[in-house]
Design a protein around this ligand. Structure first.
Ligand code: UDP
Length: 333
């Protein structure tokens, strides 16, 4: 298939692009490169530098490309930033998705796989969280992704698009030389690894008074390769006129302190910590019920161990200690 990957210069999009190329698909990446990296885009993919907030440009790209499907990763995805800058989140994540959907209709593109998030659930009544849990996002990031999900459902019903919305839990690890490089970096595992690399003196623990076993927040970590594989399965299960929703996690919860302990084992570094207040917008415990994706798409995690995810992220961090750009300039120097 000829597929457009929005956000294909980002962490997850660039890895999914690689797997799709290996599976024989023709890939075009659309990315504004605001947070993505040109160096992360696979060499076999065409890169279009464009912004989803520009409706006319997106319309033109979708009509000219004759795509069989779109995988939509492009979004802002930081909980803390969404609390302080909600406008940015609604404009990028909601308006961007609306522009994309209208362009898909104009360009007669039949399939969509959407990067949604467990942040749409907020703090659920029951954990593990099933797809039937009422969505009550606790921050503008989750709210913007939920709004995009609603848009997608309405466009599927009205225009016959088939969509799969994958609600990711916490993605971790790397795919060889493609990994996580955000600026600013706010995610737990990369921040821990910065300490192991000697680029930071301690990792902050945001909140030690949560109602969890050790007082720190619990998340469900999934290897980016397992997550990426789910996108290939989702593409094959799209049904015209329907939006299907799947949670995507391993079903195991790890506290911040447990993640730090695992990183100490993997890196051999003592990783000092500094206890800090809770981060606004963070729920105490998010763990996926992933029965639906296992049963309906036949998804199964190949790399469910937290140590494997941290070891792969650690290998990427050691190979790219300053991220893509600095390692690229170091190579050319
Ligand atoms: N966290 C932390 N220190 C950090 C970064 C994150 O204690 O330097 C906590 C954060 O408050 C949350 C968990 O680790 O409870 C996972 O955060 P992350 O930003 O990795 O993912 P999120 O769950 O926000 O998508």
């Amino acid at each position: 298939m000829k597929l457009l990957i929005t956000g294909g210069a980002g962490y997850i999009g660039s890895i999914v692009a690689r797997l799709l190329i290996e599976a024989g698909h023709e890939i075009v990446v659309l990315d504004n490169l605001e947070r993505g990296h040109r160096a992360a885009v696979p060499g076999q993919a065409q890169l279009i530098v464009a912004d989803l907030r520009n409706a006319a440009e997106v319309d033109h790209i979708l009509q000219a490309g004759r795509y069989d499907g779109v995988l939509h990763f492009a979004a802002l995805a930081l909980v803390g930033e969404s609390v302080t800058h909600p406008g940015r989140y609604y404009r990028n994540n909601v308006t961007g998705t609306l522009n994309l959907l209208e362009a898909m209709v104009a360009g007669a593109v039949p399939r969509l796989v959407f990067s949604s998030t467990c942040a749409v659930y907020g703090q659920p009544d029951e954990v593990p969280i099933a797809e039937s849990a009422p969505p009550r996002p606790q921050n503008a990031y989750g709210a913007s992704k939920l709004a995009a999900d609603h848009l997608i459902g309405d466009f599927c019903a009205a225009h016959g698009i088939g969509a799969v919305s994958l609600r990711y839990f916490n993605v971790a690890g790397a795919h060889g030389h493609t990994g996580e490089d955000h600026e600013p970096e706010t995610h737990l595992i990369p921040n821990i690894l910065k300490v192991a690399l000697g680029r930071s003196d301690a990792v902050e623990i945001f909140g030690t008074d949560y109602p969890t076993a050790d007082g720190t927040a619990v998340r469900d970590y999934i290897h980016v390769d397992d997550l990426a594989q789910a996108h290939l399965l989702a593409l094959g299960h799209v049904k015209a006129g329907e939006r299907q929703v799947f949670n995507l996690g391993n079903g195991n919860g790890f506290s911040v302190r447990e993640v730090i302990a695992a990183a100490r084992r993997v890196t051999g570094h003592p990783i000092p910590v500094r206890e800090a207040p809770r981060r606004p917008g963070d729920p105490p415990r998010l763990v996926a019920a992933s029965a639906r994706i296992r049963e309906q798409l036949g998804w199964a995690a190949q790399k469910p161990a937290l140590e494997t995810m941290i070891a792969d992220a650690w290998a990427f961090s050691q190979a790219h200690p300053h991220g893509y750009n600095r390692s690229a300039s170091a190579t050319s120097a």
